[in-house]
Design a protein around this ligand. Structure first.
Ligand code: AMP
Length: 115
């Protein structure tokens, strides 16, 4: 989608600091980090959010996101200290970008539950 900022990162139109990639997914550092490590993992294909991954795509898309997220966490040294994987969905979930993304947060102790 040409008007989707994350699709434009996938296509290279908008720069991003890459943290990892696979055939299905791309990982890059968040512009406004909420933790010492804050990486976003997105599918290369456009899905508006979690609700838009139907049964046809789910076996391909979700494993690709979680596989890359855990690889990035390992690569960035979070595996032993721990980290959090988050998908914000819709208004109450706090989703602000309409392209499915998984947050990888770590590098400090994270509070729970979220405020
Ligand atoms: P969410 O609020 O869950 O939709 O998360 C969207 C995230 O995208 C926020 O943490 C933003 O800081 C981040 N973000 C928005 N635009 C960019 C960009 N061009 N490059 C990197 N991160 C971005």
């Amino acid at each position: 989608m040409s008007d989707c900022i994350f699709c434009r990162i996938v296509s290279g139109d908008i720069p991003a600091r890459e943290a990892g990639s696979s055939d299905e997914a791309l990982a890059f550092h968040d512009l406004n980090p909420q933790a010492p490590v804050h990486v976003l993992v997105i599918p290369r294909e456009h899905f508006g959010g979690a609700n838009d991954v139907g049964p046809t795509d789910s076996e391909r898309v979700w494993p690709a996101l979680f596989d890359l997220a855990t690889a990035v966490a390992q690569e960035l040294g979070l595996a032993d200290s721990g980290y959090r994987l988050v998908v914000n969905s819709g208004t109450d979930g706090g989703q602000s970008v309409g392209h499915l993304h998984l947050h990888v947060l770590g590098g400090r102790r994270l509070a729970w539950p979220p405020g």
